[in-house]
Design a protein around this ligand. Structure first.
Ligand SMILES: [Zn+2]
Length: 305
């Protein structure tokens, strides 16, 4: 397991249309010092307000995860947070010129590809973790999240939709940078045509197109083919990995999610954190180990970064 904190080796610059606002939104990911955590900056607003990734600044809605300090917000942060958590990135500044993170193709693939093509840099400070110390369960209606102690992050997700292409799907995964890229980073979000039309009529979706998600009617996919037959549950695992990162510290433990969504994920993580006997905030190793371990050199960034 990675022992040292990690940041980006170089700046990553991205841009696309936001699905809520319909505006072009630029996002720049910048390397940050040790112990910075994840900080968002609304560059389009006067004074460029900063919003830190902390549980009290995160809201889970039915359709998205929102970062907000009560005055300023950034919508749709979940897929970017998932990529950061999945790749083991601890310190980054996210500069955003707009109210939301663009959806791109509806997965985390663009973030992963662009971040890795610019490289990662290990930093001379031990990685910090939120460790689950005892079993903890949160239920809400039919949804359920169960947290258990484990030496690494493991997720297990079950979904059930009354649709011929989805039905019941389940995935269990030990999350590390390799398994994250290979098993879930490419999985796109999905929506039903009727829902999308309704939200568009209400003005809730000003942008977005068939390239931002898997769109389904009662029987089939309306825009191309699936990347895997169980892409739906893989996307739910991608969402969960993002929502488990609301502390900005990686999680060490096993999380089972059943019939859940962003709202329950965020509620459950907040409940877990407020139960002091259930979690511990810790460094990966005793501080004395720093004297005996030397961080490896940074991986080489590609010339275009
Ligand atoms: Zn999602």
């Amino acid at each position: 397991m990675q022992r040292f904190q990690q940041t980006l080796a170089a700046r990553v610059d991205l841009e696309d249309e936001g699905v809520f606002s319909g505006q072009r939104v630029r996002v720049v990911l910048e390397p940050a010092d040790t112990d910075t955590g994840v900080v968002f900056v609304r560059e389009d607003l006067p004074g460029a307000p900063r919003i830190e990734l902390r549980p009290e600044n995160v809201l889970g809605t039915e359709g998205a995860t929102v970062l907000s300090d009560g005055r300023h917000s950034v919508y749709m942060v979940e897929h970017l947070l998932s990529a950061l958590h999945g790749l083991g990135i601890d310190n980054v500044v996210v500069r955003v010129w707009g109210p939301e993170i663009p959806l791109f193709d509806g997965s985390a693939e663009v973030f992963v590809r662009e971040i890795l093509s610019c490289g990662l840099r290990l930093q001379p400070a031990l990685k910090r973790f939120v460790e689950i110390r005892r079993s903890f369960e949160v239920r809400n209606g039919v949804g359920r999240l169960l947290f258990r102690p484990a030496g690494e992050l493991r997720v297990s997700v079950r979904i059930a939709f009354d649709h011929p292409l989805i039905g019941e799907q389940e995935i269990t995964l030990r999350v590390d940078p390799v398994s994250y890229q290979r098993e879930i980073s490419f999985a796109r979000t999905f929506g039903f045509k009727e829902d999308l039309l309704r939200r568009r009529e209400k003005g809730l979706l000003k942008g977005g197109s068939l390239s931002n998600a898997i769109v389904l009617d009662e029987k089939d996919v309306l825009n191309g083919s699936l990347r895997r037959a169980d892409e739906f549950v893989r996307h739910k695992a991608l969402d969960l990995v993002g929502d488990l990162f609301v502390t900005g510290w990686p999680l060490k433990g096993e999380v089972r999610a059943e019939l859940s969504g962003h709202k329950l994920h965020i509620e459950a993580v907040k409940s877990l954190l407020s139960a002091p006997e259930a979690v511990r905030f810790s460094d990966g190793l005793p501080a004395v180990a720093l004297f005996f371990l030397t961080p490896p050199r940074a991986r080489v960034a590609s010339p275009r970064c």
